[in-house]
Design a protein around this ligand. Structure first.
Ligand SMILES: Nc1ncnc2c1ncn2[C@@H]1O[C@H](COP(=O)(O)OP(=O)(O)OP(=O)(O)O)[C@@H](O)[C@H]1O
Length: 247
């Protein structure tokens, strides 16, 4: 039997903010993501998309339900065990990049691979490949704080992919990017996906979701639609390999 890259059973998140009414952000989500699958998470603002992916990465603690990563129960782990699991199996791209500013771009990208046990040679080659794909080679020796927001976002993507994680979790990875940067990011996501990378990506844009194998739509913290995109509904638009829904 093929173990899914990740799955959840009855996942629930209730925020209880300062004496106010509880917010039921995620209400019982059963989600299974196969190895190598690219799943886009869509839905209106406030539907629970970010809360869901934060829980999948252990950045937010679930209220109830189960999270399994690569066949291993994760929701019961303590913080340090989550940190190890993340280092070994999960890559993140979120809107707040959390790059380390007293390290160069190159070191920011190499570090996760080194921490995950890659040889220095492999970590360097992977970094060169990723920075090259994202047109950041000439920024390798810069401090992240000297880069534009879009450049920092691309460095964050390179860092998330550095250790070839079991699962890449991305929350609006193209949210702040102009069209040219978006094309580079989508092109790289398409490429690593073709090489077998599992991706779970929150996005508002149908054009971005069009890259995925499957679109899961949330509404009020629940899955209201879960559909595989037929290959005929995908279209190549050019050398960037950006794929769009036809409408
Ligand atoms: N830390 C928090 N404390 C209290 N409520 C929260 C917290 N984080 C999120 N929420 C609430 O949980 C619900 C789901 O929020 P979430 O950010 O997951 O939605 P989203 O679908 O990602 O929205 P968007 O597309 O606007 O980013 C919203 O009602 C939100 O206000």
């Amino acid at each position: 039997m093929n173990t899914p890259a990740l799955h959840t059973v009855g996942l629930v998140k209730v925020y209880q903010a300062g004496g106010g009414l509880p917010v039921h952000a995620v209400r019982g989500i059963d989600l299974q993501v196969a190895r190598g699958e690219f799943v886009a998470i869509m839905g209106p603002s406030g539907s629970g998309k970010s809360t869901l992916v934060h829980m999948l990465g252990g950045l937010d603690v679930r209220t109830s339900g189960e999270i399994w990563i690569d066949g291993r129960r994760a929701d019961t782990l303590n913080e340090s065990a989550w940190a190890i699991l993340r280092r070994q199996k999960i890559g993140f791209v979120f809107q707040f990049f959390n790059l380390v500013d007293n390290m160069t771009v190159a070191d920011n990208v190499e570090l996760p691979a080194l921490l995950a046990g890659a040889s220095p040679k492999h970590a360097r080659e992977r970094r060169e490949y990723l920075l090259g794909k994202l047109k950041l080679t000439d920024k390798a020796d810069s401090a992240p704080g000297r880069l534009s927001g879009g450049e920092q976002q691309r460095v964050a993507l390179a860092r998330a992919l550095a250790n070839q994680p079991q699962v890449l979790l991305a929350d609006e990875p193209t949210g702040n990017l102009d069209s040219s940067n978006t094309r580079d990011v989508l092109s790289l996501l398409g490429e690593v996906h073709r090489e077998g990378q599992t991706i779970v990506m929150v996005t508002h844009e149908a054009r971005v979701a069009g890259l995925a194998d499957r679109v899961v739509t949330l509404m009020d913290g629940q899955i209201i639609d879960d559909g595989v995109i037929a290959p005929t509904r995908r279209r190549k638009t050019g050398p960037g390999d950006v794929v769009e829904l036809r409408g």
